[in-house]
Ligand binder design. Sequence first.
Ligand code: PMP
Length: 383
Amino acid sequence: MSWQQRIDEACKQRRAAGLWRERHPVSLRGGSQIEIAGKRYLNFSSNDYLGLSQHPELTTAWQHGVVRYGAGAGASTHVTGYYHLQADFERQLADWLGYSRALLFSSGFAANQAVIAALMASGDRILADRLMHASLLEAAALSPASLRRFAHNQPPALERLLALPCSGETLVVSEGIFSMDGDSAPLVNLQHLTRQHQGWLLIDDAHGIGVLGEGGRGSCWQQQIQPDLLVVTFGKAFGVSGAAVLCSQALAEYLLQFCRHLIYSTAMPPAQIYALQTALKLVQHGDEYRQRLQHNIRYFRQQATRLPGRLMDSDSAIQPWLIGDDTATLALAAALRERGCWVGAIRPPTVPAGSARLRITLSAAHGEREIDCLLEALGDATG
Ligand code: PMP
């Protein structure tokens, strides 16, 4: 089979399986609404959990940042792209989250790839939750370390893997809040087991940072653990994009020498960092947004229990509605769109086969009446 034939065949199979993914260009977004193909929808499909991406202080800060620093950093951080602004922001993040150091990355995907690529060597092993994010899975697959996955949120399953002999180092990987299930990890147990076996723990808190814990410090703060590596991202509750890795002084020094994603990639635009400093302040003083989000989550769950669907067990802003069948999931998402609600249909390979679902995400930007619209549409479509 030629290369071209292989590509054609892969696409053909994906279409035949009904798993072809489409992108839908967005023309406008504001508050909890989104405009796609000339039609306005209520947006139940974003990770803008606190609604900050549209916050006037944040959008103004980004504009001021551009006026002051220009559009881009101009170089990688090891050349001339490392601004005082970045050093200050990294310090603020580290102090806020109780770490010695923070390093900025252009995205959460890049941060996960970068850290795993720089740390893992042949003979080492990665023990990861079965539902870990694609960025971590991809990183593990590319690394020379072996990968074993343990049953989702099952510390005894991790313990069994930890007990197996390994000549190298062990990195245990999990998430604060799981992106497609919305449930949280038993972090205290994971940290305890990892330390007992002299491993290192990496927690990706993309969906917990800004939302959970005192002042929005995230899942680890809430559960009072401090993983060796904490990855936080800024494209969700922070309303911008980018990521940071929090770690020890020694680890940061090592990563700055050996992390190719840091050395050979253009630095984050200083204007974006300027905006992120404002986002951090909004998050730190964001109890009101967090309370509104928690209210929306409680309200949605209370009302949804009256519907005939299968709401998954989640207390987070991610409220998956389990369906199972891929075609039925697409049909339900289409029915909701007809009723003016945009909800993502999540199918394999993003989630395991037979567990297709709607991924309903709530935000502080939603009002009760908007949630009522979704519930009504869900009731009509499933009743
Ligand atoms: N980790 C998790 C758990 C995520 O859900 C995501 C985004 N979907 C990422 C990492 C990637 O973050 P980013 O969007 O900043 O690349």
